[in-house]
Design a protein around this ligand. Sequence first.
Ligand code: BG6
Ligand code: MG
Length: 215
Amino acid sequence: MNCHAVIFDLDGVLTDTAIYHFHAWKALADKLGIAFTEHDNEQLKGVDRLGSLRWILQQGGLTLSEAEEARLMQQKNAHYLALIDHMTAADLYPGVQPLFAALRQSGIKIGLASASKNAAFVVQRLGIAAQFDYIADANQVVNSKPDPEVFLLAAKGLGVTPEGCIGVEDALAGIEAINRAGMKAIGIGDAKVLSGAIRVYPNVKAIKLEEMLGV
Ligand code: BG6
Ligand code: MG
């Protein structure tokens, strides 16, 4: 393909925040008396805050008022922010900086498409904010992944067509969003889980650029 941009997911692709989201949701689920495992969490990767809360509540057969939902989301986010408070550039996954450098050298733009409202804070902590040509996050979109909106917004912001983009994701919802955006999907994680991706690497460091661009 003629690749003009690579658009990355943040949580679980560029850094290990996925585990902190899990811990914070698990603590909330425990308090509510709802069982929540790492296996369940696979369904929530890439899903926005309200969608994730409602999924957990549904497991426990609970329906709450919007005010109560807002309170629980605030609680979860405060816990999550406390967990990521110590983050620094050292928390960037190995292989990200060399990959960004190689993309830049090849004249390929770098975008971010995150379902998180904390994305700007996290990339700033990781010291990579300035390396993105465009950042799209949950604060700018109405529809969360698996809707393609955040990826399409990133492509627009980068000034490229979706067909010229590769999306990189660790979540099922994210892979679906990339495919629905008309982009090529690269998975990070387990190939058995991320079955909708054209190619799956265990982590960013394992990405072979030539191979990925040839998808
Ligand atoms: C996604 C994560 O990137 O962001 C989800 O994969 C998380 O686990 C979602 O729920 C929303 O994040 P935040 O930071 O806005 O609560
Ligand atoms: Mg992710």
